[in-house]
Design a protein around this ligand. Structure first.
Ligand code: ADP
Length: 269
């Protein structure tokens, strides 16, 4: 009888524990859902006002202002874009972590997109007296997530401009190789030591102790580059450029995986 009582009480305890685990699990699912919702909201709340600074300013700059007016507006625009990029990197890392990042495939001209993104750095190139070559002449139709490809290019170019000293050179080339787009971003800055060439793609990672650290930054840019490229089933490699600086090469499939829904157009900032 005693043994039976013991068994019954053990069984009751087990079922109470089971119930508790189930409740905890449901609570964690609910928290996950709230967190995802929070990041979607905050992403919208932070990026929308920035877009409303960037878009009118871009239109204003297209009007042909005097050199004095341009200088200031360009500075505002550049910093607003920097903030937009950093906020986006931060939020997207959280989204990637939660596994909620989807690829929004659309028909895009990747050459046109490349030129548009690259031209955002024209004024900076002039200011830093950097010889800046953009080589993406032919239309190159692709099925890709325009916003993500744009962010990959922005992050690579922003780094190239950040680390290349005044008077240096930066080159961006886009070409087609079979069913892939090949994007090379190279500079003649300090480069990245061979033993660091893999880890710089990890989140938060920066080249320690190098001259680079004084440039600030979040250490998220290259993680986003890698993760967005890989979401497209592409690859990114890092080598030394001819000029001794960094050479980043992106290989991006021109077609979406079979059976994927591909929209007509894509959004661009
Ligand atoms: P952040 O630039 O915000 O530090 P990233 O993830 O974009 O973060 O880059 C990580 C690190 O890789 C940088 O801190 C820098 O040390 C190095 N790095 C990236 N791009 C270059 C480059 N073009 N030239 C030299 N070092 C670079």
């Amino acid at each position: 009888r005693r043994a039976q009582q013991n068994t019954e009480s053990a069984l009751a305890q087990t079922s109470a524990a089971k119930e508790e685990v189930t409740q905890l699990y449901q609570k964690s699912l609910e928290l996950d859902r709230l967190k995802t919702e929070f990041f979607a909201n905050i992403s919208h709340e932070l990026r929308t006002p920035l877009t409303l600074i960037i878009s009118p300013l871009t239109r204003r700059l297209a009007l042909g202002l005097s050199a004095a007016e341009r200088g200031e507006d360009e500075l505002i625009l550049r910093n607003a874009r920097l903030l937009y990029r950093q906020v986006s990197d931060l939020l997207d890392v959280a989204k990637l972590e939660a596994g909620h990042m989807a690829v929004d495939y659309a028909h895009i001209d990747i050459a046109e997109l490349t030129r548009a993104v690259a031209s955002q750095f024209d004024s900076l190139a002039k200011e830093k007296n950097i010889s800046y070559l953009i080589d993406a002449p032919e239309p190159l139709p692709a099925e890709a997530d325009g916003e993500k490809v744009q962010r990959v290019l922005l992050n690579l170019l922003a780094n190239a401009f950040k680390f290349t000293p005044d008077g240096g050179s930066i080159r961006l080339t886009l070409r087609k190789d079979a069913d892939m787009a090949v994007i090379d971003v190279q500079d003649n800055g300090p480069g990245i030591p061979e033993e660091m060439r893999e880890v710089v793609f990890e989140r938060f990672r920066q080249v320690e102790g190098g001259a680079q650290r004084r440039f600030g930054g979040t250490g998220l840019g290259l993680a986003i580059v890698k993760e967005f490229t890989e979401l497209h089933r592409g690859t990114v490699t890092l080598n030394q450029s001819e000029g001794g600086g960094a050479l980043f090469s992106i290989l991006l499939p021109l077609r979406a995986p079979q059976g994927t829904l591909v929209r007509d157009t894509s959004t661009q900032l």
